[in-house]
Design a protein around this ligand. Structure first.
Ligand SMILES: [Zn+2]
Length: 350
């Protein structure tokens, strides 16, 4: 029995080594047909407590295959490295492989093997790629969902501890959607954006999540478009997007909202107040400005819109989230900064 498994592991591992120059336990188990890519994706998204209960074989069988893999790698003089696996969740928590959490078992899953013929630079790059924190993932879904914090719904949601959050509650409400299709634009926008997320959608036919586009900061998208502007087609695209944006804006409502901001925060420049109101009041967004309270210009709703703007524009909040700082911790760290800016804006400009 073990002889047969030995041959199967060797075949899969040799194929991986030839194609990728690196052999990771996860790829071997997938290659053996014991783990589906759907299960692995779901685990990577932080939706499963551990990986081994998703396999089609028992944990001791998985352990047996990993032992055989390690023996094969050692016999072939491959170089070992340990890789940290982190979830594509806001807190970038370490992913757990086994129900028992036994350190030796976890280590076996995290150990990968590289071709000794690779230069040290190539090997470092391969290991780095594996160790890089995965992209934050936002789900585009046509199933009904409601935000676990505010009860809103919308086009995109973010999963935190397996509960859906609307983009506003996930502090991504200021990001704009860039559909996939223009690789250069996507790459530039992603690079220029402090906070960014990949939009994924479940494909029934392919039984996996497909990338549909990215969410980036509007300024980053515009900067990326500038860089691509040699291409006249993009000029047209931006015009079309501006038209859509203008159509979605309830100009009167925003002007009124800006007035209320200026009453509470006289230290804020008119232009800035308008920008905040415009963002808070964009139609079809579930942002605070469109809620019933925002409509009535409730003081609290107005302040919330201002706080959201401060968080993204005046603090390191987004950078902390990108670096994997949990949301609650990040919010705690910037609280004083927000209070300081609020106090400054409450005073009339001199
Ligand atoms: Zn929400």
């Amino acid at each position: 029995m073990s002889g047969r498994l030995d041959r199967r592991v060797t075949t899969v591992a040799e194929d991986l080594l030839r194609r990728k120059r690196v052999v990771a336990p996860l790829d071997v188990l997938t290659g053996l047909g014991w783990l589906g890519s759907r299960s692995v994706q779901s685990w990577e998204l932080g939706r499963e407590p551990q990986l081994d209960s998703l396999a089609s074989v028992a944990p001791d069988r998985l352990a047996e295959a990993l032992t055989l893999l390690h023996e094969w790698a050692a016999a072939n003089g491959l170089l070992r490295s340990e890789v940290d696996y982190v979830a594509a969740t806001r807190d970038r928590r370490a992913l757990r492989f086994s129900r028992t959490g036994d350190p030796a078992v976890e280590l076996a899953f995290r150990t990968q093997w590289t071709d000794p013929a690779l230069t040290p630079e190539r090997r470092a790059k391969l290991t780095q790629r594996q160790a890089k924190a995965p992209d934050l993932v936002v789900i585009s879904s046509d199933k009904r969902w409601t935000c676990s914090l505010c009860g809103a719904t919308g086009e995109f949601h973010f999963l935190e501890d397996d509960k859906p959050l609307c983009l506003d509650c996930a502090d991504m409400g200021h990001l704009v959607y860039l559909p996939a299709g223009d690789a250069a634009l996507t790459r530039r926008a992603r690079k220029a954006s402090g906070l960014a997320a990949v939009v994924a959608r479940w494909s029934k036919s392919r039984k996996r999540f497909d990338r549909r586009g990215i969410l980036v900061e509007q300024a980053a998208l515009e900067a990326a478009e500038e860089q691509c502007l040699a291409d006249g087609e993009l000029r047209e695209r931006r015009k079309a997007r501006d038209r859509v944006r203008r159509a979605a804006q309830d100009v009167e409502f925003q002007a009124e909202f800006a007035e209320h901001i200026r009453v509470l925060f006289p230290g804020l420049a008119t232009e800035r107040a308008l920008a905040i109101a415009e963002h808070a009041g964009t139609r079809s967004s579930g942002r605070v400005g469109r809620s019933a309270a925002g409509r009535a210009f409730d003081e609290n709703a107005v302040t919330l819109a201002v706080v959201a703007a401060i968080r993204h524009e005046e603090t390191d909040y987004d950078a902390m989230l990108m670096a994997g700082v949990p949301r609650a911790t990040a919010r705690e760290r910037i609280r004083d900064d927000i209070d300081r800016v609020l106090a400054r804006w409450r005073r009339p400009a001199t």
